[in-house]
Design a protein around this ligand. Sequence first.
Ligand code: SAM
Length: 180
Amino acid sequence: MIPMEIEVVRIGQRVVRDDRVTTHVALVARAFGSNTIFMTEVNPDIKDTLEKINKTWGGNFLIEFIDNWKSIIKLKKENGFKIVHLSMYGEKIDEIQSELRTEKKLLVVVGAEKVPREIYEFADYNVSIGSQPHSEVSALAILLDRIQQGSQFEKVFSGAKRKIIPTKRGKTVEMKETRD
Ligand code: SAM
C-alpha cells in the first residue's frame, strides 16, 4: 500500500437525511483505504452498522460524529493534513493526481446536498472527477483509487471473522474461529 494516511469528512446540510447514501460513503471510505470518517447530522444506527462490518470483515475503521466541520479541518491542517475537497468545479483529477500522490496525509472532504462556499478557500486542492454532477460515493471511490492506484485493495483488515478468497465462480469464504 502507498504509505499515506487518508481520512474523510462529509459536510453540508441535507434537506432530507439519506441514511443509505451516508452509509455508502462510509463503506467506500473503509473499503478504499481510509481509516476514519467524520460526519455531521448522522443517524447513530450507521455507526452500529459500520462497527458490525468491522467485527465481521476486520480492521478498525472509525466513524466520528462532529458538530463543526470547520474545527476538524483546522485541527487536521495543524496536524499536517492537506485538504482535498471533491467538487465538480475543481481541477481535473487527471491533472492533479500525481501531485496528490506525493502527500503523506490527506483529509478528503465530500459534500452532501449543499456545500458552504468557504470550503473552496479552506481546501488545499479542489478536485473534480469529471465536470458533471454525480455523487459523493462515486467521487470518493474514484479519488481514492486514483491516489492509491489499486494498492488499497491489498490492505489487510486484521481480526476479521470472515475472509473472502477470490474465486472465478461461486463464493469462497474462510471463517475464523472466535469465542464470542
Ligand atoms: N449541488 C451540490 C453543490 O454544488 O453543493 C453538490 C451535491 S453532490 C450530490 C454531493 C457531493 O458529491 C459534492 O459535494 C461533491 O463532493 C461530490 N461530487 C459530485 N459530483 C462530483 C464531481 N463531478 N467531481 C467531484 N465531486 C463530485
